[in-house]
Structure formats: C-alpha cells, structure tokens
Design a binder for this molecule. Structure first.
Ligand SMILES: *Cc1c(COP(=O)(O)O)cnc(C)c1O
Length: 388
C-alpha cells in the first residue's frame, strides 16, 4: 500500500495534508515513514495533551479495554460517572452530557439553550455568537460559526443564530434589544479565528447582560479547555460563571470525546429521550479522560504558564515576528513572511507547527520538555527571520 497515493484516491478530499505520514510517536516527538524525528507543537490540534502514547494514559485506556470497551447508555457504567463527577467538582457545573466531538458538545449546548428558552415561554429564541468564531462543522454549529467562508457552500443555514462583533458590547446589546435571545456562545480565546483572546471587560459585559436578561452563557472550551490556557478552563481566567461549558479536543488525550457541562439553571432542561449518542460516554474514552483530568493539577498549570512565558519571551520582537497572541500554550504568531512557507521550512527542519488564519499556531503538549521546546523555538525563529 502506498499511503499517500491511496489516501488521495480513497479518502474524501476535505483536507490539504502536509506531505508527512506519521507512523509512531512518543511524548512530543513524532516519527515519519523514514524514521525521521519531529518535535510536535500541534498535538493533533490541542488533543494529545500529554503527547503521543503517554504511558499513564495508555495504561488507563487499556485497563478499561480489558474490562469492557463499550456498553450502550441503557446501562450504568463507572468510567463516565467518575469523569462527570470530576468535571462537576472542578467547575461547579451540575451535570454532564457526553458525546464524541466538539461539534456534538456544542450541538447539545444549543439544544439545551433552546429548550431552556422554550421552558421560559420564549419559543424560537435566538443564540448570539461572535464574528470570526468557530464552533464546528455540523449544520447547527456551522451556522453558529461566525465566518462566512464556512457557510458559503452549504446554504441554507440552520436558522436561529445572530452574530455580534467580538469585544464590542454595543453590538451584543443591539442584537439582544432587537430579538428574544436564549444564549450567547463564545470562545474566550478564538482559536481557528487566529488565536485571539477576548477582552476581559467584554466577557464581563456578556455575563452582566446574561444575568440581567435571563440569557444563558455558553463557553465553548473545545480548544481552550483542559489546561491549555493555564487554568482548567479558559473562562476561569475571566472571572465569569458560564451556564454551559462545552469541551472536547484535549479532554480524551487522543480518544474522541465531547462533554457538555450543564450549570444549575439548565441541569434539568434535557430529560429522558430528548438527546442521546450511541458512543457518548464510551468507557475507554472516559477512563482515558479521567487519567488526563487527574494530572491537570496546579503544578501542571503553573508549568503551562511558565512555558508560555518562555515562548512569548523567545519570540516577541524576534526578527520577522510581528506579534504573539493567545494564552498559556495556545499561541498565535504573526509573521512577516507567509506562514505557510515558514511551516514548510519548520517541517523540513524537524518541527511540526500548524496555522490559524494567517498566523502560526502553537499548541504543544502541556508537558513538553523544555529542551525540546527551546530547540523547536530556535528553528521557528530561524525560519521567521529568513527573507522571502
Ligand atoms: C475544534 C473546535 C470545535 C469542533 O470540534 P470537533 O471535535 O472538530 O467537532 C468547536 N469549537 C471550537 C472552539 C474548536 O476549536
């Protein structure tokens, strides 16, 4: 089998892949089909929180696989309960619905918000999201995503979403005064949109509006969650209490899982038969996630911030670098040269980085060893400094 040729022939052409096949990985190192080593700063898009094939995580998952790999949601099983309990204890949320991806976690949030509004006698209430946001690729989350480029080919859009400008309180108020609003959904740091943190005052204003008007706050923590920004969830950096928190990506440490955490006001709006998922709460995924969550402690989070500062001080003001944005180990680098050619050059020199809009995006494993990080930063700096 020729992987690259057969991939082009048999796999739907929805990805423009880099010319690299990964055959194995260990921690923050990946190896290609020729045995070449790469320092991975993308973590499978913020998924492999402890890198490739982390031993403790593999042990937690395989222990569960040896007990049982799946059962339907028609029966009780311990791993998903344990995970839900830990998530609630650490966030103050009240209940969790499990699914298999970020988009699905957001779908559940959207359904819960619509149902909440309906129970309050506000049928057909709308959800405000932000311009330049990203919430997923399913039809509802596509509509929630505030970027025309994602919508264009798939009209008609799912109804019920309004778009406000990020960091513009007035634009949110204008929409809220013109329509019945069920919820405001936002990423505290817009990821796909270019690694842009929201302003603290704006996020605070969203909370004020929500409390005053009985509007729900939905924090999309799919990318920002699970320690990535230096707190367990990024909203914790902003001093707000969302009503619904969604997460996925890093939660499973590399296995697919989505979680929709429901706060006190909405914990009971979804009842038996209203929502479901065959794979949701899969015991192997949940056992892996429990082991991940247990390791995201204050010590790790302090280290995330220390590494973040190390990256920011290494890159800020460096030749060819215009700006560094983001929080924790979710950083965007605006470069003078085209980001695509820098990425290619980094790959040729053994470093994997990805893009967000026109920026380089760094999403390393939270436990990446300093020496690998420093080595990768040197390679990035050299590529950025080069003249076109
Ligand atoms: C990746 C992402 C999603 C979608 O997650 P999938 O697992 O790809 O469905 C939703 N929201 C945000 C903020 C994301 O970064």
């Amino acid at each position: 089998m020729n992987v690259k040729e057969d991939d082009k022939k048999y796999i739907a052409n929805t990805y423009a892949r880099f010319p690299l096949e990964i055959v194995r990985g260990s921690g923050s190192l990946a190896y290609d089909e020729n045995g070449r080593e790469y320092i991975d700063l993308g973590s499978g898009i913020a998924v492999n929180i402890f890198g490739f094939s982390d031993r403790e995580w593999v042990a937690a998952v395989t222990n569960q696989l040896n007990a049982f790999q799946h059962t339907s949601n028609l029966y009780y099983s311990a791993p998903c309960v344990e995970l839900a309990k830990k998530l609630c204890m650490r966030t103050g949320m009240s209940r969790v619905f499990f699914s298999n991806s970020g988009a699905e976690a957001n779908e559940c949030a959207i359904k819960a918000a619509r149902k909440y509004a309906e129970l309050c006698g506000r049928k057909n209430a709308k959800i405000i999201t932000l311009e330049n946001s990203f919430h997923g690729r399913t039809l509802a989350t596509l509509a929630a995503t505030g970027q025309d480029a994602f919508h264009r080919d798939f009209l008609p859009l799912t109804d019920g979403f309004l778009y406000a400008r990020a960091n513009d309180t007035e634009s949110v108020y204008a929409l809220a005064n013109g329509s019945d609003i069920a919820a405001v959904m936002f990423e505290c740091v817009q990821g796909e949109g270019g690694v842009l943190p929201l302003e603290r005052d704006f996020v605070k204003d969203l909370e004020k509006l929500a409390r005053k008007r009985d509007i729900l706050l939905i924090a999309d923590e799919v990318q920002t969650g699970n320690g990535r920004t230096g707190r367990l969830y990024s909203y914790m950096n902003f001093g707000i209490t969302p009503d619904i928190v969604t997460t996925a990506k890093g939660l499973g440490g590399g296995l697919p899982i989505g979680a929709t955490m429901l706060g006190e006001r909405v914990k009971d709006v979804l009842s038996a038969g209203m929502h479901g998922s065959t794979f949701g709460g899969n015991p192997a995924c949940c056992a892996g996630a429990v082991s991940i969550l247990d390791r995201i402690d204050d010590k790790l989070l302090d280290d995330v911030m220390r590494k973040s500062e190390l990256i920011i001080s290494a890159l800020s003001g460096a030749k060819g670098i215009k700006s560094v944005s983001g929080m924790g180990l979710m950083l965007g680098i605006e470069t003078e040269r085209d980001a695509g050619s820098i990425i290619t050059e980094c790959m040729e020199n053994g470093v994997l980085v990805i893009k967000a809009k026109n920026k380089l995006r760094l999403l390393p494993a939270l436990n990446i060893p300093d020496e690998l990080l420093l080595k990768a930063l040197e390679i990035i700096k050299t590529a950025c400094a080069k003249q076109e």
